[in-house]
Design a protein around this ligand. Sequence first.
Ligand SMILES: Nc1ncnc2c1ncn2[C@@H]1O[C@H](COP(=O)(O)OP(=O)(O)OP(=O)(O)O)[C@@H](O)[C@H]1O
Length: 510
Amino acid sequence: MDKCVQMIGITKRFGDVTANSQVNFTCSPGHIHGLIGENGAGKTTLMKILYGMYTPDEGEIHINGEPVKLTSPKTAIKYGIGMVHQHFTLVPSLSVVQNIILGRPPKKTGDVIDMKAAAQQVIQMSEAYNLKVDPYAIVDDLPVGIRQRVEILKALYLGADILILDEPTAILTPQEINQLFLTLTELKNKGKSIILITHKLAEMMSVTDDITILCNGIVTGHLQTEKTNEEEIARMMVGKDTKLTVTKQDNPTGQVKLKVENLNYYNKFGVKMLNDVSFEVKAGEIVGIAGVQGNGQTELIDVISGFERDYEGTVVINDAVFSPSNGVAQRRRQGLSHIPEDRQTRGAALDASLLQNYTMSNFEGEGEKKKYFINWGKQKKRAERCLNDFKVKFDKVEIPAYSLSGGNLQKSIVAREMEMGPKVLIAAQPSRGVDIGATIFIHERLLDRRGEGTAILLVSYELSEIMSLSDRILVMYNGRIIGETTPKESTEEDIGLLMAGLHNSKGEVQ
Ligand SMILES: Nc1ncnc2c1ncn2[C@@H]1O[C@H](COP(=O)(O)OP(=O)(O)OP(=O)(O)O)[C@@H](O)[C@H]1O
């Protein structure tokens, strides 16, 4: 059934922070509605209110003109509202169909679910909405793009007519994003309401019908997509004209600071994920690794940083030669910093405070050996300065890391890792989930580090990020480096072909 949702005068406070203030938001059936705003603007909070996870302090929600009280996700689901979160909620050890039926309440006591019929229904839904999945596959074995399809199918199985997607593209490859947008258009054509949160202006422009802009918890604009442009949206987000790209000057390079030789690595399924990988990065140089997700980039980062120890080959960081027996701490002591691709599991201890997270990487010991005693007073000042320098929005450094908005958490990790004054910096998806202003800010800081002589290995699934920052680009395909170029020599199309394992426009077959 077509559903129109209206949020009227919504206010939500967390202690002294007002996450939403008098927000009005409407989403109509057969529309894709974009929700955009800087990190911490209140987008996720607003959508968690609509999904019954938070109760607003003020305001009302109407569905088809009738006021409703959404006191829990269970109630929201009853009203046909579904949400796919930034971080998935699937049970990895269960199959696709088991996950999909998990949220379905039994019709009566003792109700037994016919698994075969449920699997059949999953197949029918996946065909109808262009969401191909194997209902019997185990979720743990699936790539993120497919897991996201399972989350969408789960919401649709539970009867969602209004589907909220919180930054669904942040974890997807460009190909998966195209696939997702086809699905969203299909859902919209079938009368569903879609609410899409994304930081990427090009995505907003390509797939939405209407856009609501939040700034510091307040709505600063409702726009029709066909009547606006990227510059106008950016201006309404930050309240002034804003830069959308960085300018990079040539930079002299120094000695080799990172060198990997003949890296070979097999994953737990016996698949060769790294195949004789060798390259080097010099001081003052940014080397970008371009490639479609799943072609060995994650494994390469894990091997260099010392997370993955079951590999063959050599890693040299700042002249120190590391073998597989040397772990993360030894490599960090040699001047290696790492902005990991997954901020939730690798980047931060979520229950620990911002101060503790900062201190894990940066502290000056007190006392004779300068090693054992932490001066928390000094640490606090340093952490506050570091987070403020990176424009992280936080109340005080004692708050737990989980209470930061996604983009602010990312900025706090980037700040912490850069603060170490690294000789070698691995930046994996450094701007994942951060707003445009913060993306430019992070890019400028990376260029500053390059100017100061840090050797930077940039791994990104976003070709535009690779093109705007890298001095040299290595293309990874099937666990191998299959090409090397520079942003001046190649176009995005050339690199895109290499990423697909095909030849480039000069006809060079790789
Ligand atoms: N559970 C919570 N406890 C305390 N503060 C919170 C909580 N959830 C959100 N906030 C605060 O509310 C504000 C809005 O956060 P929210 O996550 O809604 O922003 P967002 O626009 O979704 O940001 P992002 O783009 O970074 O995901 C932030 O200042 C955040 O720190």
